[in-house]
Design a protein around this ligand. Structure first.
Ligand SMILES: NC(=O)c1ccc[n+]([C@@H]2O[C@H](COP(=O)([O-])OP(=O)(O)OC[C@H]3O[C@@H](n4cnc5c(N)ncnc54)[C@H](OP(=O)(O)O)[C@@H]3O)[C@@H](O)[C@H]2O)c1
Length: 274
């Protein structure tokens, strides 16, 4: 299904906004226009080589202001400490009806609304957005209309799933889906370490573990069954899988997950007040 989006400015086009850019460049996505900016000329050149209208501050110190001049969506892809200053710099040049979308961790809607008099949206995407399999949490500001929120939702749906949440749930969401890919990689690392300890080579360990994760995810996606049901299905009572799962239980895996999420939330709150 074709998706249409209005003129977009991507201010700071590194890892995260670069992933969003790839979503926007898909054939089924029609954008009125995209202007991207970077700090260095080298980063802008890499985008220009992909056919993107990209400009660096190194070549043109006014690149951000030019990029936003006709934008209806302005994606702030710079580091969190730069967001409010950059926003203040745009006040004279960005159209007042433009929606500001920030992907910056820890920068609140209230702080953005104290600088920008119009609509703001706070997004928390995760790294699988790079391959179109992201999970983005979105919270809207007090002056953001339904249409503007829907536009932001459409933007992030080009790189995966979107969940609209209240801002006070953003840190909790981030502790699950934002940090989540790291938890999955940690599991894979430990799993592969065990395989190597059993004498398998690096390649064999990788094939075994990655195949297991992707196969299990595919079954979960296609079967319509809950993870609990699927776990029960592969666990014969008294069998070897049951013995392995009992070892996880004994280590109280459930409470490890809960304390990992709590630690991520606590740190996010701490960073927001620094
Ligand atoms: N990476 C993630 O997994 C992730 C997840 C969720 C949210 N985020 C958020 O995404 C934001 C960006 O993170 P990132 O990992 O994408 O960082 P990054 O890869 O370092 O990208 C930052 C981009 O901003 C450019 N830049 C720096 N100063 C600029 C300025 N004044 N005007 C215009 N462009 C400027 C950089 O240009 P050069 O390349 O030329 O230096 C680069 O293109 C952060 O706020 C972060 O909290 C990231």
């Amino acid at each position: 299904m074709t998706m249409t989006l209005p003129q977009i400015a991507l201010l700071g086009t590194g890892n995260m906004s670069g992933a969003i850019l790839q979503g926007l460049l898909q054939p089924h996505v029609q954008v009125s226009g995209i202007r991207a900016t970077t700090r260095t000329a080298a980063s802008a050149l890499a985008l220009v080589e992909q056919g993107v209208d990209a400009h660096s501050l190194e070549h043109d110190p006014g690149a951000n202001r030019t990029a936003v001049a006709e934008a209806e969506i302005i994606v702030m892809g710079v580091k969190p400490y730069q967001i409010l200053e950059l926003l203040a710099d745009l006040l004279d040049d960005a159209p007042p009806h433009a929606t500001i979308v920030s992907v910056a961790a820890g920068i609140t809607l209230e702080s953005m609304e104290s600088v920008w008099p119009g609509a703001v949206v706070r997004a928390m995407p995760n790294t699988p957005a790079q391959v179109g399999k992201g999970m983005t949490g979105l919270a809207r500001g007090s002056r953001t209309s339904d249409d503007q929120a829907a536009m932001a939702e459409a933007l992030f749906s080009t790189v995966g799933e979107v969940l609209v949440v209240e801002e006070d749930q953003i840190n909790a969401l981030s502790s699950i889906s934002g940090s989540g890919p790291a938890y999955v990689y940690l599991f894979i690392e430990h799993f592969m370490e065990v395989a190597r300890a059993h004498g398998f080579t690096d390649d064999q360990s990788r094939v075994m573990v990655e195949g297991t994760f992707s196969g299990a995810m595919e079954v979960l996606a296609r079967s319509g069954k809950s993870p609990e049901q699927l776990r029960v299905d592969v666990t014969s009572p008294g069998g070897s899988t049951a013995a392995a799962l009992a070892a996880f239980e004994q280590a109280d895996l459930a409470s490890i997950f809960a304390s990992a999420s709590a630690a991520a939330i606590a740190r996010a709150e701490e960073m927001a007040s620094e």
